[in-house]
Design a protein around this ligand. Sequence first.
Ligand SMILES: C[S@@+](CC[C@H](N)C(=O)[O-])C[C@H]1O[C@@H](n2cnc3c(N)ncnc32)[C@H](O)[C@@H]1O
Length: 290
Amino acid sequence: MIMHHFPVLLETATDLLLGNGGKLYVDCTVGAGGHTRRILEKNPQAYVIGIDRDPQALKLAEENLREFEGRFSLYHANFVHLDEVLLQEGVEQVDGFLFDLGMSMMQLKSARGFSFQRDEFLDMRMDPSDPITAYHVVNRYSQRDLERILREYGEEPYASRIARAIVLRRKEKPIETTGELVQIVLSVVPYRRGRIHPATRVFQAIRIEVNGELRNLKEALPKTLKFLRKGGRLVVISFHSLEDRIVKNFFKEHSHEIKPLTKKPITPSREEIEKNPPSRSAKLRAGEKV
Ligand SMILES: C[S@@+](CC[C@H](N)C(=O)[O-])C[C@H]1O[C@@H](n2cnc3c(N)ncnc32)[C@H](O)[C@@H]1O
Protein backbone atom coordinates (compact mmCIF):
# COMPACT_ATOMS: atom_id res chain seq x y z
CA MET A 1 0.00 0.00 0.00
CA ILE A 2 1.32 3.45 -0.86
CA MET A 3 1.24 5.60 2.27
CA HIS A 4 -0.46 8.88 1.39
CA HIS A 5 -1.92 9.22 4.83
CA PHE A 6 -1.24 7.58 8.19
CA PRO A 7 -4.60 6.36 9.46
CA VAL A 8 -5.17 7.75 12.96
CA LEU A 9 -6.08 5.52 15.94
CA LEU A 10 -6.20 2.66 13.45
CA GLU A 11 -6.34 -0.31 15.82
CA THR A 12 -8.61 1.32 18.41
CA ALA A 13 -11.08 2.55 15.81
CA THR A 14 -11.31 -0.74 13.93
CA ASP A 15 -11.44 -2.85 17.13
CA LEU A 16 -14.34 -0.77 18.42
CA LEU A 17 -16.16 -0.90 15.11
CA LEU A 18 -15.71 -4.64 14.57
CA GLY A 19 -16.31 -5.56 18.22
CA ASN A 20 -19.89 -6.56 17.42
CA GLY A 21 -18.84 -9.28 14.96
CA GLY A 22 -20.82 -7.75 12.10
CA LYS A 23 -20.33 -7.95 8.36
CA LEU A 24 -21.45 -4.74 6.73
CA TYR A 25 -19.68 -1.51 7.57
CA VAL A 26 -19.77 1.99 6.12
CA ASP A 27 -16.60 4.07 6.04
CA CYS A 28 -18.01 7.56 5.55
CA THR A 29 -14.56 9.12 5.00
CA VAL A 30 -12.72 6.39 3.12
CA GLY A 31 -9.83 8.70 2.10
CA ALA A 32 -6.85 6.62 0.95
CA GLY A 33 -8.56 3.53 2.35
CA GLY A 34 -6.39 3.06 5.45
CA HIS A 35 -9.15 2.25 7.92
CA THR A 36 -11.19 0.29 5.38
CA ARG A 37 -8.19 -1.83 4.55
CA ARG A 38 -7.70 -2.68 8.23
CA ILE A 39 -11.40 -3.57 8.60
CA LEU A 40 -11.13 -5.96 5.64
CA GLU A 41 -7.92 -7.48 6.99
CA LYS A 42 -9.21 -7.98 10.51
CA ASN A 43 -12.60 -9.39 9.60
CA PRO A 44 -12.48 -11.64 6.51
CA GLN A 45 -16.31 -11.67 6.47
CA ALA A 46 -16.57 -7.89 6.29
CA TYR A 47 -17.86 -5.84 3.35
CA VAL A 48 -17.27 -2.08 3.35
CA ILE A 49 -19.18 0.68 1.62
CA GLY A 50 -16.71 3.55 1.32
CA ILE A 51 -17.77 7.16 0.81
CA ASP A 52 -15.65 10.22 0.07
CA ARG A 53 -16.41 13.62 -1.41
CA ASP A 54 -12.96 13.86 -2.97
CA PRO A 55 -12.65 11.96 -6.27
CA GLN A 56 -8.85 11.94 -5.96
CA ALA A 57 -9.12 10.17 -2.60
CA LEU A 58 -11.39 7.56 -4.14
CA LYS A 59 -8.83 6.84 -6.84
CA LEU A 60 -6.22 6.20 -4.17
CA ALA A 61 -8.60 4.03 -2.18
CA GLU A 62 -9.34 1.99 -5.28
CA GLU A 63 -5.61 1.36 -5.82
CA ASN A 64 -4.89 0.65 -2.18
CA LEU A 65 -7.77 -1.80 -1.81
CA ARG A 66 -7.25 -3.65 -5.08
CA GLU A 67 -6.43 -6.94 -3.39
CA PHE A 68 -9.82 -6.89 -1.64
CA GLU A 69 -11.81 -6.59 -4.83
CA GLY A 70 -15.40 -7.76 -4.42
CA ARG A 71 -15.43 -6.85 -0.73
CA PHE A 72 -15.99 -3.12 -1.00
CA SER A 73 -17.78 -0.50 -3.06
CA LEU A 74 -16.82 3.15 -3.34
CA TYR A 75 -19.08 6.16 -3.71
CA HIS A 76 -18.31 9.74 -4.59
CA ALA A 77 -20.65 11.54 -2.23
CA ASN A 78 -20.87 13.86 0.70
CA PHE A 79 -21.56 11.73 3.77
CA VAL A 80 -24.48 13.99 4.53
CA HIS A 81 -26.18 11.95 1.78
CA LEU A 82 -25.29 8.59 3.28
CA ASP A 83 -28.97 7.61 3.24
CA GLU A 84 -29.07 8.01 -0.55
CA VAL A 85 -25.88 5.97 -0.97
CA LEU A 86 -27.31 3.15 1.13
CA LEU A 87 -30.54 3.27 -0.82
CA GLN A 88 -28.55 2.88 -4.04
CA GLU A 89 -26.74 -0.10 -2.50
CA GLY A 90 -30.10 -1.55 -1.51
CA VAL A 91 -29.06 -1.64 2.13
CA GLU A 92 -31.44 -1.15 5.04
CA GLN A 93 -29.29 -2.13 8.01
CA VAL A 94 -25.60 -1.89 8.72
CA ASP A 95 -23.29 -3.11 11.49
CA GLY A 96 -21.28 0.06 11.84
CA PHE A 97 -20.33 3.51 10.61
CA LEU A 98 -16.89 5.08 10.78
CA PHE A 99 -16.13 8.79 10.42
CA ASP A 100 -12.50 9.89 10.36
CA LEU A 101 -13.02 13.61 9.90
CA GLY A 102 -10.89 16.45 8.63
CA MET A 103 -8.59 16.16 5.69
CA SER A 104 -5.96 13.70 4.56
CA MET A 105 -2.25 14.16 4.03
CA MET A 106 -2.91 13.67 0.33
CA GLN A 107 -5.24 16.70 0.34
CA LEU A 108 -2.80 18.80 2.35
CA LYS A 109 -0.08 18.02 -0.19
CA SER A 110 -2.29 18.47 -3.26
CA ALA A 111 -2.06 21.82 -5.01
CA ARG A 112 -5.54 22.89 -3.87
CA GLY A 113 -4.66 25.64 -1.45
CA PHE A 114 -5.07 23.69 1.82
CA SER A 115 -1.55 24.42 2.99
CA PHE A 116 -0.14 27.81 3.96
CA GLN A 117 3.33 26.49 3.31
CA ARG A 118 3.05 26.77 -0.46
CA ASP A 119 1.76 29.47 -2.77
CA GLU A 120 -1.34 28.17 -4.57
CA PHE A 121 -4.73 29.35 -5.74
CA LEU A 122 -7.16 29.78 -2.83
CA ASP A 123 -9.41 26.81 -3.50
CA MET A 124 -9.66 24.46 -0.44
CA ARG A 125 -12.57 22.45 -1.79
CA MET A 126 -12.46 18.78 -0.90
CA ASP A 127 -14.91 18.18 -3.75
CA PRO A 128 -13.86 20.20 -6.80
CA SER A 129 -17.46 20.25 -8.02
CA ASP A 130 -18.66 22.17 -4.94
CA PRO A 131 -19.65 25.76 -5.69
CA ILE A 132 -17.77 27.76 -3.04
CA THR A 133 -13.99 28.20 -2.96
CA ALA A 134 -11.73 29.86 -0.41
CA TYR A 135 -11.27 32.62 -3.01
CA HIS A 136 -14.99 33.33 -2.80
CA VAL A 137 -14.98 33.40 1.01
CA VAL A 138 -11.93 35.67 1.21
CA ASN A 139 -13.02 38.07 -1.53
CA ARG A 140 -16.80 38.15 -1.21
CA TYR A 141 -17.75 37.62 2.43
CA SER A 142 -18.49 40.70 4.50
CA GLN A 143 -15.97 41.77 7.12
CA ARG A 144 -18.41 40.75 9.81
CA ASP A 145 -18.85 37.23 8.38
CA LEU A 146 -15.10 36.80 7.94
CA GLU A 147 -14.56 37.82 11.54
CA ARG A 148 -17.24 35.42 12.76
CA ILE A 149 -15.77 32.49 10.81
CA LEU A 150 -12.25 33.17 12.04
CA ARG A 151 -13.45 33.48 15.61
CA GLU A 152 -15.86 30.52 15.59
CA TYR A 153 -14.09 27.97 13.41
CA GLY A 154 -10.51 29.08 13.98
CA GLU A 155 -10.84 30.20 17.60
CA GLU A 156 -8.62 32.99 16.33
CA PRO A 157 -7.91 35.67 18.95
CA TYR A 158 -6.97 38.22 16.25
CA ALA A 159 -10.11 37.56 14.16
CA SER A 160 -11.16 41.18 14.02
CA ARG A 161 -7.75 42.50 12.94
CA ILE A 162 -7.32 39.82 10.29
CA ALA A 163 -10.81 40.33 8.84
CA ARG A 164 -10.20 44.08 8.63
CA ALA A 165 -6.83 43.55 6.91
CA ILE A 166 -8.36 41.16 4.37
CA VAL A 167 -11.10 43.63 3.48
CA LEU A 168 -8.63 46.51 3.15
CA ARG A 169 -6.31 44.52 0.90
CA ARG A 170 -9.01 43.19 -1.41
CA LYS A 171 -10.12 46.77 -2.14
CA GLU A 172 -6.82 47.14 -4.01
CA LYS A 173 -7.03 43.83 -5.86
CA PRO A 174 -8.55 40.38 -5.35
CA ILE A 175 -6.65 38.06 -3.00
CA GLU A 176 -5.89 35.07 -5.17
CA THR A 177 -3.33 32.86 -3.51
CA THR A 178 -2.50 31.23 -0.21
CA GLY A 179 0.77 33.18 -0.19
CA GLU A 180 -1.07 36.50 -0.36
CA LEU A 181 -3.36 35.47 2.47
CA VAL A 182 -0.40 34.41 4.63
CA GLN A 183 1.26 37.79 4.03
CA ILE A 184 -1.91 39.61 5.12
CA VAL A 185 -2.10 37.55 8.31
CA LEU A 186 1.58 38.12 9.05
CA SER A 187 1.14 41.86 8.53
CA VAL A 188 -1.22 42.09 11.52
CA VAL A 189 -0.39 39.12 13.77
CA PRO A 190 2.96 38.73 15.48
CA TYR A 191 4.84 35.53 14.63
CA ARG A 192 6.40 34.18 17.80
CA ARG A 193 9.08 31.55 17.51
CA GLY A 194 8.07 28.17 18.88
CA ARG A 195 4.35 28.98 18.55
CA ILE A 196 2.08 27.68 15.80
CA HIS A 197 2.22 29.67 12.58
CA PRO A 198 -0.29 32.57 12.75
CA ALA A 199 -1.95 31.41 9.52
CA THR A 200 -2.79 27.95 10.92
CA ARG A 201 -6.11 28.91 12.48
CA VAL A 202 -7.09 31.17 9.60
CA PHE A 203 -6.62 28.38 7.06
CA GLN A 204 -8.49 25.92 9.26
CA ALA A 205 -11.42 28.30 9.67
CA ILE A 206 -11.74 29.02 5.96
CA ARG A 207 -11.46 25.33 5.08
CA ILE A 208 -14.26 24.47 7.54
CA GLU A 209 -16.46 27.17 5.99
CA VAL A 210 -15.71 26.22 2.36
CA ASN A 211 -16.52 22.56 3.00
CA GLY A 212 -19.43 23.10 5.40
CA GLU A 213 -17.70 20.64 7.71
CA LEU A 214 -19.64 21.24 10.93
CA ARG A 215 -23.01 21.42 9.23
CA ASN A 216 -22.39 18.15 7.38
CA LEU A 217 -21.41 16.35 10.55
CA LYS A 218 -24.40 17.65 12.49
CA GLU A 219 -26.78 16.47 9.77
CA ALA A 220 -25.10 13.14 9.04
CA LEU A 221 -24.82 11.68 12.55
CA PRO A 222 -28.59 11.34 13.20
CA LYS A 223 -28.98 9.65 9.80
CA THR A 224 -26.75 6.75 10.93
CA LEU A 225 -29.33 5.80 13.60
CA LYS A 226 -31.89 4.88 10.95
CA PHE A 227 -29.54 2.26 9.53
CA LEU A 228 -27.67 0.88 12.53
CA ARG A 229 -29.01 -2.48 13.63
CA LYS A 230 -29.37 -3.20 17.35
CA GLY A 231 -25.76 -3.61 18.53
CA GLY A 232 -24.51 -1.65 15.50
CA ARG A 233 -21.64 0.71 16.19
CA LEU A 234 -20.73 4.28 15.42
CA VAL A 235 -17.10 5.40 15.67
CA VAL A 236 -16.13 9.03 15.11
CA ILE A 237 -12.62 10.48 15.06
CA SER A 238 -12.58 14.27 15.16
CA PHE A 239 -9.76 16.80 15.00
CA HIS A 240 -11.34 20.01 16.18
CA SER A 241 -13.00 20.94 19.47
CA LEU A 242 -16.16 22.09 17.66
CA GLU A 243 -16.44 18.75 15.87
CA ASP A 244 -15.91 16.89 19.11
CA ARG A 245 -18.61 18.97 20.76
CA ILE A 246 -21.07 18.00 18.00
CA VAL A 247 -20.24 14.32 18.49
CA LYS A 248 -20.48 14.56 22.27
CA ASN A 249 -23.84 16.34 22.11
CA PHE A 250 -25.12 13.85 19.57
CA PHE A 251 -24.44 10.97 21.98
CA LYS A 252 -26.01 12.92 24.83
CA GLU A 253 -29.15 13.85 22.89
CA HIS A 254 -29.66 10.31 21.58
CA SER A 255 -28.71 8.43 24.74
CA HIS A 256 -31.97 6.44 24.56
CA GLU A 257 -30.95 5.11 21.13
CA ILE A 258 -27.18 4.80 21.29
CA LYS A 259 -25.11 4.03 24.35
CA PRO A 260 -21.56 5.34 24.54
CA LEU A 261 -18.70 2.82 24.46
CA THR A 262 -16.21 5.53 25.41
CA LYS A 263 -16.87 7.51 28.58
CA LYS A 264 -14.20 10.02 27.71
CA PRO A 265 -12.82 10.53 24.22
CA ILE A 266 -9.87 8.28 23.33
CA THR A 267 -6.74 10.12 22.18
CA PRO A 268 -3.62 8.80 20.42
CA SER A 269 -0.69 7.51 22.48
CA ARG A 270 2.48 9.53 22.80
CA GLU A 271 4.14 7.02 20.48
CA GLU A 272 1.51 7.55 17.76
CA ILE A 273 1.82 11.33 18.04
CA GLU A 274 5.61 11.09 17.71
CA LYS A 275 5.26 8.96 14.58
CA ASN A 276 2.42 11.01 13.11
CA PRO A 277 2.24 14.55 14.58
CA PRO A 278 -1.05 15.52 12.84
CA SER A 279 -2.74 12.85 15.00
CA ARG A 280 -2.15 14.95 18.14
CA SER A 281 -5.56 16.64 18.06
CA ALA A 282 -7.55 13.46 17.37
CA LYS A 283 -10.41 12.44 19.66
CA LEU A 284 -12.36 9.25 19.23
CA ARG A 285 -15.87 8.63 20.53
CA ALA A 286 -17.89 5.50 19.90
CA GLY A 287 -21.34 4.18 20.70
CA GLU A 288 -23.56 1.13 20.25
CA LYS A 289 -27.19 1.15 19.13
CA VAL A 290 -29.51 -0.13 21.84
C1 LIG B 1 -8.73 12.06 7.52
S1 LIG B 1 -9.20 11.64 5.92
C2 LIG B 1 -9.66 9.96 6.03
C3 LIG B 1 -8.51 9.02 5.93
C4 LIG B 1 -8.90 7.55 5.90
N1 LIG B 1 -9.54 7.14 7.12
C5 LIG B 1 -7.67 6.72 5.64
O1 LIG B 1 -7.29 5.95 6.54
O2 LIG B 1 -7.10 6.78 4.55
C6 LIG B 1 -10.74 12.41 5.76
C7 LIG B 1 -11.43 12.16 4.43
O3 LIG B 1 -12.79 12.52 4.61
C8 LIG B 1 -13.26 13.12 3.43
N2 LIG B 1 -14.41 13.93 3.82
C9 LIG B 1 -14.45 15.00 4.64
N3 LIG B 1 -15.69 15.47 4.76
C10 LIG B 1 -16.49 14.66 4.02
C11 LIG B 1 -17.88 14.61 3.74
N4 LIG B 1 -18.72 15.51 4.24
N5 LIG B 1 -18.34 13.63 2.95
C12 LIG B 1 -17.50 12.71 2.41
N6 LIG B 1 -16.18 12.71 2.64
C13 LIG B 1 -15.67 13.66 3.42
C14 LIG B 1 -12.09 13.90 2.91
O4 LIG B 1 -12.22 14.15 1.54
C15 LIG B 1 -10.91 12.99 3.27
O5 LIG B 1 -10.57 12.16 2.19
